[in-house]
Design a protein around this ligand. Sequence first.
Ligand SMILES: *[C@@H]1O[C@H](CO)[C@@H](O)[C@H](O)[C@H]1NC(C)=O
Ligand SMILES: *[C@@H]1O[C@H](CO)[C@@H](O)[C@H](O)[C@H]1NC(C)=O
Length: 381
Amino acid sequence: MQLSMGLRSMGYRWWSCSVVISLVVMAVASGMTGADAARAFFVFGDSLVDNGNNNYLATTARADTPPYGIDYPTRRPTGRFSNGYNIPDFISQELGAESTLPYLSPELTGERLLVGANFASAGIGILNDTGIQFVNIIRIFRQLEYFREYQQRVSALIGEVEARRLVSGSLVLITLGGNDFVNNYYLVPFSARSRQFALPDYVKYLISEYKKILRRLYDLGARRVLVTGTGPLGCVPAELAMRSRNGECSAELQRAASLFNPQLVQMLSQLNGEIGSNVFIGANTQRMSNDFISNPTAFGFITSKVACCGQGPYNGLGLCTVASNLCPNRDVYAFWDPFHPTQRANGLIVQQIMSGTTEYMYPMNLSTALALDRALASSLN
Ligand SMILES: *[C@@H]1O[C@H](CO)[C@@H](O)[C@H](O)[C@H]1NC(C)=O
Ligand SMILES: *[C@@H]1O[C@H](CO)[C@@H](O)[C@H](O)[C@H]1NC(C)=O
């Protein structure tokens, strides 16, 4: 079953025969199965999608101690800001691939490079001055620089032409923006950015800077890019603990998210127009999360206000550590720690990304996009 699926997906490939053959030779030589030949996957962004890069950095933005990872197959912390899998892990599963390794992992060598790589780093934002309190993190321009370096390494492995095909045939995920509010504009009262910009102008500025980043990603060869919006910034347990009197979401942060997300979709549509192809796909993650925030029980959660791991009101204060309160059943909580969804919530978000209607996905859902790409690939074969 596994093997026949792998062979079938190889048949759809837009890679030339010689690449397929050389990959098969490599796969056989290294004892890999057909499933390892799934489309490559690259991840950029912040803690929502970091698979463990920050473990290799001198930074305070890390998730490398228990109880992080308590529901991961190894039951150990990995650097993911989740009790188990995060959004990129579920997307990898949809692609029929193993999870991407952090780019800084020493294990990311040889044919494992062909699976893709995760460049994300907790704490970063669209702007270079976002997350400066975390000191040593991989800002987005550095992540893009690493992507270029990655391509050189892959070229050395399979040749320049095939490396370019691997990248243009890949799926890219990028998640940015939340920290530009939480860890910049709203980090302290009267922050430098909030004195410089009124909120609507700040959002415009973020969108214009984000557009440059996405352009750069395109210039580096990405041809199918999934862009997520910010989550429901004002409703996370941390904001409930710090800003809410009666458990209502912070109106100011919700306003930030509702200004940012529609303008992001507008910008993606512009960019697709300029390129002349729907390269960029937008996921309305605010709306997806709002569904289970406004009606948690419909999704099997007992609460969307209280974090599973934390302390203080809503378990929303400070960090999730061994000393924190820890809920016994992580699957009935929407939030794992004061800022990040549980593994189960991440899985629900990816289900919507895969098969959501156009209210959630611009201009189409990911399963439609992947099917289009496969059809195009087989017509080129
Ligand atoms: C952020 O830094 C990069 C270089 O690391 C630079 O190219 C870019 O222009 C900077 N962005 C802004 C808005 O200053
Ligand atoms: C999204 O994907 C599913 C397949 O999983 C498809 O049946 C559905 O029509 C798609 N929805 C839209 C609005 O494109």
